[in-house]
Write a protein that binds this ligand. Structure first.
Ligand SMILES: [Zn+2]
Length: 395
């Protein structure tokens, strides 16, 4: 959106004569501020860290080359009839199948590249030097990103960009251990399958102990017939069926991209549905991984799969605990960090845990103490009765 605004401004400046007064109306406040009040500081910093830096530099040079005055005004998109027409034109432009060739040349005499030494700080210089070092992309990461992007595109429609996937993995809707799990799974840093095929005397660890085939994260999460993943995904599907009619078949790509999956629309109900989906998929996938690790490392017979009852119990417990966490996170005493109660209630509505969630709410409203209070709390040493022991001053 910001890049589109900047391209429009480049075209507007180039179409007008340099000795004509020009009025530019823009609906993006950030663009207006970057080109007006913040332009000097941005230019001194060399537009460092701004993804649209080349476009901003082009505009600044074109503005410097002008002989008449140029005004840039912020106009909210719905405040002016003219802006509504602009919005319609932008929508029609978005449907174009071929990109326009926009002339981005600018008079180089007005450009001063790089950062201003006068305003350069050690911190900024260090960040700039670090940014020059390109980190080579890992092959497995690129492969997983592609799988996640296209799996997400099949469910949500538009195929997300890589940075959108990385950003979505940091969502607070998913617990921190699961965020770490998704991040590491995306990078294929877990030591499973092919990793062990090159380790001396550990080659057999590359084989799934249950079904004796090549192990991989995809095999563990979606293919292994004996590690309980089939039961967990069946439970998740039943949990989901009253929430939304469409249940995407779990795959490695759809699991890795679950935090950016959208079922269309921007309404509050859709937001809650998307939130429920990412919680459900992330919790289920993480539980499969935990059960697999527990079974391999903590049991005497790793070739024996976990029982169906054990898997069901663990999954039901995990989802109930997640619902309780959501409920407690919506308490008002958390002030700015609390989750909106309406969003949380909508998230768990039309699910088997809806009645449990409502009973938690009604218990709290009627004054019934929810939880076990000080049972899990560490002892309060300030109130501890030391009996006949001498006080520290007497020792
Ligand atoms: Zn297996």
């Amino acid at each position: 959106m910001e890049a589109a605004d900047l391209l429009s401004i480049v075209c507007a400046i180039k179409e007008q004569s340099i000795d004509c007064v020009l009025m530019i109306k823009c609906a993006t406040r950030r663009v207006v501020r970057n080109l007006t009040v913040n332009s000097k500081s941005n230019y001194d910093n060399g537009w460092f860290g701004n993804p649209n830096a080349p476009l901003y530099r082009t505009i600044i040079c074109l503005l410097r080359a002008r002989q008449a005055k140029t005004y840039i005004q912020y106009v909210p998109i719905h405040s002016h009839a003219l802006m509504k027409n602009v919005h319609k034109l932008a929508k029609s432009a978005a449907d174009k199948r071929q990109e326009d060739n926009i002339d981005l040349t600018y008079p180089a005499d007005f450009d001063v590249p790089g950062m201003s030494l006068k305003h350069l700080t050690q911190s900024r210089a260090y960040k700039y030097i670090k940014s020059l070092k390109r980190v080579k992309d890992r092959t497995s990461t690129v492969t997983n990103l592609d799988r996640a992007r296209y799996a997400n595109g099949e469910i949500s429609g538009p195929i997300p960009r890589d940075y959108q996937l990385w950003k979505s993995i940091r969502t607070k809707d998913v617990r921190r251990p699961i965020r770490d799990f998704l991040w590491r799974a995306m990078h294929s840093t877990y030591k499973v399958g092919r990793y062990w095929s090159h380790v001396k005397d550990k080659e057999h660890w590359a084989i799934c102990p249950i079904c004796q085939c090549d192990e991989s994260m995809e095999h563990i999460l979606t293919e292994c017939p004996g590690n309980g993943q089939e039961t967990i995904w069946a439970l998740a599907r039943d949990f989901w069926k009253n929430k939304h009619p469409y249940w995407p078949k779990p795959s490695l790509g759809s699991i890795l991209s679950c935090t950016s999956t959208s079922f269309g629309g921007t309404s509050k109900r859709t937001r809650a549905t998307n939130r429920m989906y990412r919680i459900l998929i992330a919790e289920s996938a993480h539980l499969i991984w935990k059960l697999r690790c527990k079974h391999i490392f903590n049991t005497a017979t790793p070739t024996q799969p976990p029982t169906d009852a054990e898997v069901r119990h663990k999954w039901n417990h995990a989802m109930e605990q997640r619902m309780r966490l959501d409920f407690h996170m919506s308490h008002k005493h958390l002030t700015t960090k609390s989750l909106p109660m309406k969003l949380v209630a909508k998230t768990w509505s039309h699910t088997p845990l809806e009645s449990a969630f409502q009973s938690l709410r009604s218990d709290e409203q009627s004054g019934v103490l929810v939880g076990r209070g000080n049972i899990d709390r560490p002892p309060d040493h300030s109130q501890q009765d030391y009996g006949d022991l001498p006080s520290p001053t007497q020792l």
